[in-house]
Design a protein. Structure first.
Length: 250
């Protein structure tokens, strides 16, 4: 098999399993975090300990914001959280897509980098970045091959002037449609809730090591509680809306 075809095959396989690498790193990161705490490395035990956690949160929130801006303005039937296969009825070229070809993966990278930064282990953070690049390089290659075959010159003209991964914010073009808050709520609720859950868990482990009791900081507890409540409300509302739509069609 030629190199390009092999890259595409690998990319399509990894596309279907693209949520697994971060989960593996998350499990390992909890152990690394525990080691950081008991050996008091990084900012542990210093006045900057709490501030560093908020810095990590800011990085993750930047990624979530990037995803929200992408999801809220993206066309229907384009790749989002689907894993069955490549999907695109049109080429998104405006909004975040005018600055970078893979804005959702940029958002994912920032979200997970903020989480991995919590470990305060430079080697672990660097390893994550390298493996993320290797992993998603193949996924992005497979996606671009799919788009190139489907949309031809339309895709090539856009790709020629748009960076693959590092956003060129100076190229920003205003989206044509209106912001779809409902779509964002449906598609991003789990990611937002999960992010706050992970920060809550990291803080709970930190408090346990410091005081031998799971007594999380009030901010992290409230942030997770609010995000969980919002997640459940949106989920129930979505189910209720779909049930009513089915009844209306019956």
């Amino acid at each position: 098999m030629a190199f390009q075809e092999e890259m595409e095959v690998q990319g399509n396989f990894l596309f279907k399993h693209r949520g697994e690498l971060p989960v593996i790193f998350l499990l390992i990161s909890l152990w690394v975090w525990y080691q950081t705490l008991i050996t008091r490395q990084g900012f542990i035990g210093t006045p900057y300990e709490e501030g560093y956690m908020f810095l990590c949160l800011a990085v993750s929130m930047l990624g979530i914001l990037f995803r929200i801006m992408t999801t809220g303005y993206s066309a229907t039937n384009t790749s989002g959280r689907n894993t069955a296969g490549q999907l695109a009825d049109t080429v998104n070229t405006l909004g975040t897509y005018s600055t970078v070809r893979h804005p959702l993966y940029v958002g994912n990278f920032l979200v997970w980098t903020g989480i991995i930064m919590l470990t305060q282990n430079l080697w672990f953070i660097a390893t994550f970045i390298v493996l993320y690049a290797f992993y998603y390089e193949r996924i992005m290659f497979a996606e671009e091959q799919f788009l190139r075959r489907k949309f031809g010159e339309t895709y090539l003209k856009w790709a020629e002037k748009t960076p693959m991964f590092f956003p060129a914010l100076s190229q920003w073009q205003r989206p044509a449609g209106s912001f779809d808050a409902g779509k964002v709520a449906r598609m991003e609720k789990t990611g937002i809730m999960s992010t706050f859950l992970i920060f809550f868990i990291f803080d709970a482990i930190r408090q346990y090591v410091h005081g031998h009791s799971f007594d999380p900081t009030r901010f992290w507890f409230l942030a997770f509680a609010v995000s969980l409540t919002a997640h459940l409300i949106i989920k129930m509302h979505t189910k209720w809306k779909r049930r009513n739509e089915r009844r209306a069609r019956a």
